[in-house]
Design a protein around this ligand. Structure first.
Ligand code: BJW
Ligand code: ZN
Length: 322
């Protein structure tokens, strides 16, 4: 006899999930920072959400950029560097494979780290809700209109080189110092390394209006999500056909509109599977849903295996060139 309190508890067995997955056609995945955690990239909230002494979510606003563009660019330059040096994990690869095998599968990613594109996730099925660290645009986007995509230059301007590099020392000593600094994990996130005060003229400049600074092509609080992305997502959700399954992976689901897509999918018939390290971040699950607790990089390839096959580690030589 089951305990009354367990009546609304989500399922946790892989077998019932796999059975539903195999008969699912329209599948939505909502991705968050936890997906890239085991690739070595920090999350926003909780223990990982501090960059030096700054709360990452406090830096994610247009006001923070306006107040101190040098600080903001150092935060984003550090994140670009970390993301470029990280590799997609087996969950990024498994989701990319699911997309290739199922054209009715759509992924809504809140991540800006470029790991899903580097895992060869089909671009038409990957909607980047919060933009991309490797896109840059004019600060005055609406008046000037300048933007460029896939700029992987690291650092994007010389002044944004990680401050462990000492331009005064000879090249060999600098290279040696950098190697050791990286080996012990020291970089701009190291609180012992002072953040340099950068001059405005040394930050990335808009080559079109020649007046404004460039800014990262990410979506900050209070800003609208990209129009083309929103229109594709709206089209998917307004299709008359039901949605079979929604995967909510490595997100605290606190930021809107992303967090609202789960209830929209549910209203269209979807059963929901949450994959997260923290049970507290899986809210409003019913007895028809699933909760898988642990590292997404381990769980996702496992629960998708019958559809995507065995997923190996990322092979640098096969990914798209950066
Ligand atoms: C693991 C793991 C492992 C760890 N394996 N799991 C409706 C109601 C209330 C407010 C609003 C609303 N509609 C709009 C708003 C305002 C606002 C908002 O949502 N505020 C909330 C705080 C309430 N939204 C907006 O402003 C959005 N714009 C908008 O709606 O425009 C229209 C509008 C404007 C103004 C007013 C009204 C409407 C824009 C939101 C942009 C968010 N941008 C950021 C920064 C991007 C740039 C950058 O990268 O710096 O996006 S904020 C940050 O949060 C980032 C993330 O994508 C996003 C979500 O975070 P995520 O991915 O969930 O990370 P964490 O750290 O929170 O969670 C990690 C999870 O992983 C945890 O659960 C861990 O347990 C788990 N985990 N390791 C599996 N190994
Ligand atoms: Zn401009």
């Amino acid at each position: 006899m089951s305990h009354p309190a367990s009546r609304d508890m989500p399922l946790t067995d892989v077998a019932s999930f796999v059975q539903h997955l195999q008969s699912s056609k329209r599948i939505v995945a909502l991705l968050g920072a936890g997906l890239s955690a085991s690739s070595g990239l920090p999350t926003f909230r909780g223990a990982g959400g501090l960059w030096r002494t700054y709360d990452a979510t406090m830096l994610a606003t247009p006001q923070a950029f306006q107040r101190d563009p040098g600080l903001s660019w150092q935060f984003y330059s550090y994140r670009r560097h970390m993301a470029l040096n990280a590799k997609p994990n087996r969950a990024h690869l498994a989701l990319a494979e699911l997309a290739r095998r199922n054209p009715a599968f759509i992924t809504l990613s809140q991540n800006v780290d470029g790991l899903s594109p580097r895992a060869n996730h089909p671009a038409g099925q990957l909607k980047l809700l919060h933009g991309n660290l490797f896109d840059v645009k004019c600060w005055d986007e609406h008046r000037c209109g300048y933007s460029r995509k896939n700029d992987f230059t690291d650092p994007i301007v010389p002044a944004l080189a990680l401050p462990t590099e000492n331009p005064d020392s000879d090249l060999k000593a600098a290279a040696e110092k950098k190697k050791h600094a990286l080996l012990r994990g020291a970089d701009i996130s190291d609180i012992n390394v002072e953040i340099p005060q950068l001059k405005r003229e040394d930050l990335p400049q808009c080559p079109s209006c020649k007046k404004n600074l460039l800014r990262p092509g990410v979506v900050w609080f209070g800003e609208s999500l990209p129009e083309d992305v929103m229109s594709d997502v709206d089209d998917y959700f307004s299709d008359r056909e039901k949605i079979d399954l929604m995967l909510v992976i490595g997100t605290s689901a606190k930021v809107y509109p992303a967090a609202g897509y789960t209830s929209i999918a549910r209203a269209k018939g979807a059963r929901v599977a949450v994959i997260n390290m923290d049970r507290g971040d899986a809210r409003e699950l019913t007895k028809d849903d699933w909760f898988f607790e642990g590292d997404a990089a381990v769980i996702i390839p496992d629960i998708l295996k019958t559809v995507v096959g065995e997923i190996g580690e990322f092979d640098d030589t096969k990914g798209p060139a950066l």
